[in-house]
Write a protein that binds this ligand. Structure first.
Ligand code: ACO
Length: 334
C-alpha cells in the first residue's frame, strides 16, 4: 500500500497584532500582562480586521502550501477544511474555499468540526484517502476566527485572553518510493465532557436558535472549565502520543521533533516533560499566536521549517487536545 507524505506547508496570520498590554487596558476584563504571560505563555495574538473572514485567511495559507509543494491549484483534487468558527452556520467553509481557489473545477470539499484536534483528524482522513488511491493531492486547511466571539468582560476573561485568529495549511500526496511518510494516527473523543468547553448559542437544539434573552445572558460566548481541560489535556496528549509510538514500533528517544497543539505553554511543557522529550525538540508558537485551534499544528510546522528544525526524514510527533473532548496524535517521517 502506498504511504502519504506532507508535500507543502503554508500559514497566514492577520496583520492586526493585539498585545497583552492592549487587553490589560480593557478595564472590564480585569486582566494583566503578567497573569497572561505566567499562566499561558502568551505575549500577543493576531485579530482580524472588519470584513476579513476565515476563508480569507485560509486562501492565503492554502496558496502558500500549494506553492511550497511546487504545485498549482489545478493539481489539488480534494479539500478538507477544519474549523470551529465557520464563516456561516451553513454551508461549510470548504465550499467557500473551493470557490476562491478552484472555481473552474468542482472538486470535493468537506468540513471537519473537531476543534483543536481538527487538523490531526483531517490529516488521518486524508492519509486514508491517499492510501486507498481515491485522491492524489489533498489540501488540508485549519482556519479560525475567534476574536469576533470572545467576551471582553470579567466573566469571559479566562477564555478571551487565550485565543487568536489565523490559518495553517498543508498539501498531502503519495510518498515517493520507500519514503515512510505518515506511520500512525490515533483519534479519540469523550462526549460526556462536551459541555466543559463549548458554545451553546446559536443552536438548532434551541427553539428559537437564538433569543434576546440568550444574547443578554452572553450564552453565545464560549464557556470553559479551564482547570479540568488543563488536566485532561496533559493526560490525553501524553497517552495518545505513546499510542502512536507503540503502533509504529518507535521509542520516544527516536522522536526528532514534537509539534504540539498550542493552547497553553504550561500544558506543552508538562506534556514534553512527561514524555521525556527535551525542550530543544519542541516547537511552540503560542507566545505570538495564542490558541488558533485547528490552525496551530500547521502553523507550528511552518515555524519549524523556518527555524531549520524540520529536516528530511525527521521523525515528527503531532498531538492535540480540545473541545469535545477530542484528542489525537500522528507520527510521521518528514
Ligand atoms: N486574568 C486574570 N486573572 C484571571 C484570568 C485572566 N484572564 N482568568 C482567570 N483568572 C483568575 C481566576 O478568576 C482565578 O482567580 P481566583 O484564584 O481568585 O479564583 C485565578 O485566575 C486562577 O484561575 P485558574 O482557572 O485556576 O487558572 P489556571 O492556572 O488554571 O489558568 C487557564 C487558567 C489559562 C484557562 C488554564 O486553565 C488553561 O489553559 N486551561 C486549558 C485551556 C485549553 O487547553 N483549552 C483547550 C483548547 S480550546 C478548544 O478546543 C476550543
Amino acid at each position: 500500500m502506498r504511504q502519504t507524505r506532507i508535500l507543502g506547508v503554508g500559514m497566514y496570520l492577520p496583520e492586526r497584532e493585539v498585545t497583552n498590554q492592549e487587553l490589560e487596558a480593557i478595564k472590564e476584563l480585569e486582566t494583566s500582562d503578567e497573569w497572561i504571560r505566567q499562566r499561558t505563555g502568551i505575549l500577543s495574538r493576531r485579530f482580524v480586521s472588519e470584513g476579513e473572514s476565515g476563508t480569507d485567511l485560509a486562501v492565503h495559507a492554502s496558496r502558500e502550501a500549494i506553492d511550497n509543494a511546487g504545485l498549482s491549484p489545478d493539481d489539488i483534487d480534494f479539500v478538507i477544511y477544519a474549523t470551529l468558527s465557520p464563516d456561516y452556520f451553513f454551508p461549510g467553509n470548504g465550499c467557500f474555499l473551493q470557490d476562491r481557489l478552484f472555481a473552474d473545477r468542482t472538486i470535493g470539499a468537506m468540513d471537519v468540526r473537531n476543534q483543536c484536534s481538527g487538523f490531526i483528524y483531517s490529516l488521518a482522513m486524508a492519509d486514508s484517502l491517499i492510501k486507498s488511491g481515491q485522491y492524489e493531492r489533498i489540501l488540508i486547511v485549519g482556519s479560525e476566527i475567534h476574536s469576533t466571539a470572545l467576551n471582553f468582560t470579567f466573566s469571559g476573561r479566562d477564555l478571551s485572553v487565550l485565543f487568536g485568529d489565523g490559518a495553517g495549511a498543508v498539501v498531502v500526496g503519495p510518498a515517493p518510493n520507500g519514503h515512510p511518510g505518515i506511520l500512525a494516527s490515533a483519534l479519540h473523543s469523550e462526549g460526556k465532557y462536551a459541555k466543559e468547553l463549548w458554545t451553546e448559542y446559536p443552536a438548532s437544539a434551541h427553539h428559537p436558535r437564538i433569543s434576546h434573552e440568550s444574547l443578554d445572558q452572553g450564552r453565545h460566548y464560549p464557556q470553559m472549565n479551564g482547570r479540568m481541560v488543563f488536566k485532561h489535556a496533559i493526560t490525553r496528549m501524553v497517552e495518545v502520543s505513546h499510542q502512536v509510538l507503540a503502533e509504529a514500533g518507535k521509542a520516544v528517544a527516536e522522536v526528532d521533533l514534537l509539534l504540539p497543539h498550542q493552547a497553553n505553554m504550561r500544558i506543552n511543557q508538562m506534556v514534553a516533560s512527561q514524555l521525556g522529550i527535551p525542550e530543544e525538540k519542541v516547537v511552540n508558537t503560542i507566545a505570538w499566536t495564542g490558541n488558533t485551534t485547528a490552525a496551530t499544528i500547521p502553523i507550528c510546522m511552518h515555524e519549524a521549517l523556518k527555524q531549520g528544525k524540520l529536516k528530511e526524514n525527521d521523525l515528527v510527533l503531532l498531538t492535540a487536545f480540545g473541545a469535545g473532548f477530542t484528542w489525537a496524535a500522528s507520527l510521521l517521517h518528514w
